[in-house]
Every structure is written in structure tokens, then in C-alpha cells.
Design a protein around this ligand. Structure first.
Ligand code: FE
Length: 280
């Protein structure tokens, strides 16, 4: 059975970091989380004032931050001496684990900066694991083509057997960047165990909702999908581009405050103490 649209979410304008204008799609009142996903921020601006202040040093603990850039460049630097630049089409999958302090700063003074940050939760057994990175530029991301369809396979495996370079066996995520020509249908099986959503970047997607009606999903909208074995949708008379993201829910209690996501309030307080004491 195909998955249907269960809930349609419109991104909410927000400001984060040192004043970066973005659209918060997951992690806002309309959708606080979609287990295992805790947050989805989308940023797209060619006005330097919207992004230039970036995200100066800040901590994370207990989950993973995933940055995928479509345009522009972002330099990251952490307290363990790791440093690098995420380029257009590149992905950084950072497992914050027990804790990391890092900065994420636009590596440009003008031009278009466009991309996404997704937060993926970790199960209790792995919240205090050592920090780790999986980082790949566009050349390492397989491009799968089907009639009228181009799929960048960032994480997970498609039904045609293409596998993204990032792996995370704990939540077995799928992260696809899909472009459809006009009037193109896209069908893809998804693991029945997974929560899944679609986020439209450009164009309009038509997909059935749980009432059996056809709904249109527009840019900056996220469609939460119901349970099922596959996703089926189509573009309209214009091309479309969207993210298809899925992951296995963790099913544990969530205690979150700012950059920390733990299981209990006690663990949250410990995270703040450790950060303050420099024992992060
Ligand atoms: Fe961060």
C-alpha cells in the first residue's frame, strides 16, 4: 500500500545562530519531532545579512546534525581540531554523541546560500558515544537516473541498488534529493518500519492524502507520510525537486533543550553542567 499524506506542515520563519534567517520545518509547534527526526531547518538567501553571521561556537549532545548544501559553502570547526568546508552538493553527517562544540560559518561574503540541516536522534545506548563525522562532497554521492528522474542518493539504498556514502545502522535513514521533469510519476518502496516525509524545494508535487484526495505540496511544505510500503507521487506541468527522508523510529522519551537532546531532564541538566565546566 502506498503511503499517503497524513499531515501537511508549512515551514515557519525563524532566526538562529548569530542571526541566520531560516525556515524551521521540524522542531516548531506544528511538528515538534517525527521520530527519529528532531529538527529540519532550511536556509536559502542571496542577501548576505540573512546568513553572514553564521553559527558561532555552540555545543551539541545526544544526536546527529546533518548538513546538506545545494548552494554556497560552509566552514565548520570543532573543539577537537576538526575543520573543513562543506561545498555545494556535499553532505556532513556529524554524530555529536557525548558532546562537541563547533561553529558553522558561511564561507562566502555574497551569493546564494541554500541548504538544510536535519537533526537525527540517537538511542539512549549511543547518546554518549564518541563524536564522529561522515563527510562527502558531491562527487561521492551516487546519481541515479530513471526516465524523467534524477536521484542523488545521499544516505540509504534505492530499489535500484544505489547506496549513499553515509551509513547509520541505528536509525537506517534514507535521504534522497530527487528532481522530476514535468508530468513525471515517481514510485519507490520504503521500509514499513520507517517514518517518512517529503519536503518540496521547487515545483509542486501531487500525492494522495489519507482521505483519498489528491493534494498538492508546494515549496517550503513538508508532507508527513502515513504507514505503508511505498511512496507514489507525481510532478505537475512544471519540473519539481524534493527531499525524501525516512528513518526508523527510536521510540524513547525525549528531553530536549536548545542544542541538547537526551532521554531525561537529569541528563539534560548534566549536559549543561558538563558544558559549563568544560568537561564536555
Ligand atoms: Fe551545530
Amino acid at each position: 500500500m502506498n503511503r499517503k499524506v497524513k499531515q501537511l506542515i508549512t515551514g515557519m520563519p525563524a532566526t538562529d545562530g548569530a542571526g541566520v534567517e531560516l525556515v524551521r520545518v521540524i522542531g516548531q509547534p506544528a511538528l515538534m519531532e517525527l521520530d527519529p527526526f528532531l529538527l529540519l531547518d532550511c536556509f536559502r538567501s542571496d542577501v548576505p545579512d540573512d546568513y553572514i553571521a553564521g553559527f558561532p561556537p555552540h555545543p551539541h549532545r545526544g544526536f546527529e546534525t546533518v548538513t546538506y548544501l545545494l548552494n554556497g559553502r560552509m566552514r565548520h570547526k570543532d573543539n577537537a581540531g576538526n575543520e573543513g568546508v562543506i561545498e555545494p552538493g556535499g553532505i556532513q553527517w556529524m554524530t555529536a554523541g557525548r558532546g562537541i562544540v563547533h561553529s558553522e560559518m558561511p564561507e562566502q561574503e555574497n551569493g546564494l546560500l541554500e541548504g538544510f540541516q536535519l537533526w537525527v536522534n540517537l538511542p539512549a545506548t549511543h547518546k554518549m558515544s564518541s563524536p564522529a563525522y561522515q563527510e562527502y562532497d558531491a562527487d561521492h554521492i551516487p546519481l541515479e537516473t530513471r526516465p524523467g528522474t534524477r536521484i542523488k542518493v545521499i544516505v540509504g539504498e534505492t530499489s535500484e541498488g544505489n547506496t549513499g556514502p553515509v551509513s547509520q545502522p541505528l536509525t537506517r535513514p534514507l535521504y534522497l534529493d530527487i528532481q522530476l521533469e514535468a508530468n513525471t510519476r515517481f514510485v519507490e518502496p520504503l521500509p514499513a518500519t520507517h517514518n517518512a516525509f517529503i519536503y518540496v524545494i521547487e515545483g509542486i508535487l501531487r500525492i494522495e492524502d489519507i482521505q483519498g484526495d489528491s493534494v498538492e505540496v508546494a515549496p517550503d511544505q513538508l508532507a508527513v507520510l502515513s504507514e505503508g510500503l511505498s511512496v507514489a507521487l507525481e510532478s505537475t506541468e512544471n519540473p519539481a525537486r524534493f527531499l525524501l527522508i525516512a528513518g526508523q523510529p527510536i521510540g524513547e522519551p525525549i528531553a530536549r533543550a536548545g542544542p541538547f537532546v537526551m532521554n531525561t531532564e537529569d541528563e539534560l541538566r548534566q549536559a549543561f553542567r558538563d558544558y559549563k565546566n568544560g568537561t564536555f
